[in-house]
Ligand binder design. Structure first.
Ligand SMILES: CCCCCCCCCCCCC/C=C/C(=O)SCCNC(=O)CCNC(=O)[C@H](O)C(C)(C)COP(=O)(O)OP(=O)(O)OC[C@H]1O[C@@H](n2cnc3c(N)ncnc32)[C@H](O)[C@@H]1OP(=O)(O)O
Length: 292
């Protein structure tokens, strides 16, 4: 159901964005075409796909980028030989900076609501995926970046980076389904601590509370992710999937039944003068920081 709803919206998004993406079978590997920002490869011997995010400078999640990600996820979901996907970044030191703040600053209302629907779809696809999903977190991962990582089944992270839902630090409330995803990952108490204070945790701190499952040096992250994936793929697939669905279905359903209201709520909030003013200041600060 989640995947179906997400897919119909996805198709619409794609038309609106006016870009076409396809996955082409080239010898033994699937690769994305017509895109520099997302590379998806699949090893047809193991059934393991790798999705590498490559939207400089910081893999921020714009409408077009998330549409690409969603199309690739949907394609892999329906690819019968695909059993698992590893999500990682091609940008040094950044996994994903989260939502593209420029999308929310002085937006066109229609695009803003499409942006949020596309984010919802990305989460529904990833959190509800039939595939085994592993995040190989090779850089900083604030807010929406942490959401992507937490939506996977397993997280491997290299030392020296930060991860967390830092929304309250920016004076905003994390959406309920961001909080639900974190509660699913680390439980209510730790989520309350992390979300109320908007904590950005170091890799080691994140591992201590279970936000990250394994810490490995940066140069071993890709091989560790593959090895970990192999161990997941040894578990009988139906039993593993039904278990995942049993645990995740209520969390998915909560957003599915409130999708439209959540879009409306987000748009109303983001369009407020006070919020737009804060966003403008935040963007200024990000740019200033770069000059310092
Ligand atoms: C006060 C904010 C109010 C917001 C109100 C919004 C209304 C709606 C609210 C509901 C939404 C809630 C859910 C939100 C989820 C999110 O994901 S919001 C995004 C949160 N992300 C961040 O706050 C990350 C900000 N970025 C950083 O901390 C750092 O950039 C980094 C990721 C740690 C990387 O650091 P560094 O390598 O030093 O790079 P920089 O020099 O900082 O940045 C390079 C350029 O990239 C631009 N940039 C950075 N992050 C973003 C981003 N998220 N979106 C768009 N652009 C971004 C940065 O400005 C630099 O740009 P240039 O100066 O043009 O090169």
């Amino acid at each position: 159901m989640a995947a179906r709803m997400a897919f119909s919206r996805l198709t619409r998004s794609l038309c609106e964005v006016g870009r076409s993406r396809s996955l082409l079978l080239q010898s033994a590997r699937w690769v994305t075409s017509a895109s520099k920002t997302l590379t998806v490869t699949m090893d047809d011997k193991t059934g393991i796909a790798e999705m590498s995010l490559n939207r400089p400078p910081v893999n921020s999640l714009s409408l077009e980028f998330m549409t690409e990600i969603n199309i690739a996820l949907e394609k892999l979901e329906h690819e019968k030989f695909c059993r698992g996907v590893i999500i990682t970044s091609a940008i040094p030191k950044i996994f994903s900076a989260g939502l593209d703040i420029l999308e929310m600053y002085q937006p066109k209302p229609e695009r803003l609501s499409e942006f949020w629907k596309t984010l919802q779809d990305m989460w529904l696809l990833l959190f509800g995926s039939r595939l085994t999903t592993i995040a190989a977190i090779n850089g900083h991962s604030p807010a929406g970046g942490a959401l992507v990582a937490m939506s996977c089944d397993y997280r491997i992270m290299a030392p020296g980076f930060n991860i967390g839902l830092n929304e309250t630090q920016l004076g905003i409330v994390p959406p309920f389904w961001f909080i639900d995803t974190m509660m699913h990952t680390i439980g209510s108490r730790q989520t309350e601590l992390c979300c109320q204070k908007g904590l950005m945790l170091s890799t080691e701190e994140a591992a201590r509370i279970g936000l990250v499952d394994k810490v490995v040096p940066l140069d071993q992250i890709a091989s560790e992710a593959k090895a970990e994936m192999q161990s997941w793929l040894k578990i009988p697939v139906a039993a593993k999937l039904i278990t995942k669905q049993t645990i995740r279905a209520p969390i998915l359903e909560k957003l599915q039944t409130r999708q439209e209201a959540d879009v409306q709520n987000f748009c109303n909030f983001a369009m407020k003068d006070s919020v737009q003013k804060s966003l403008g200041m935040y963007l200024e600060n990000l740019k200033k920081k770069q000059k310092e």
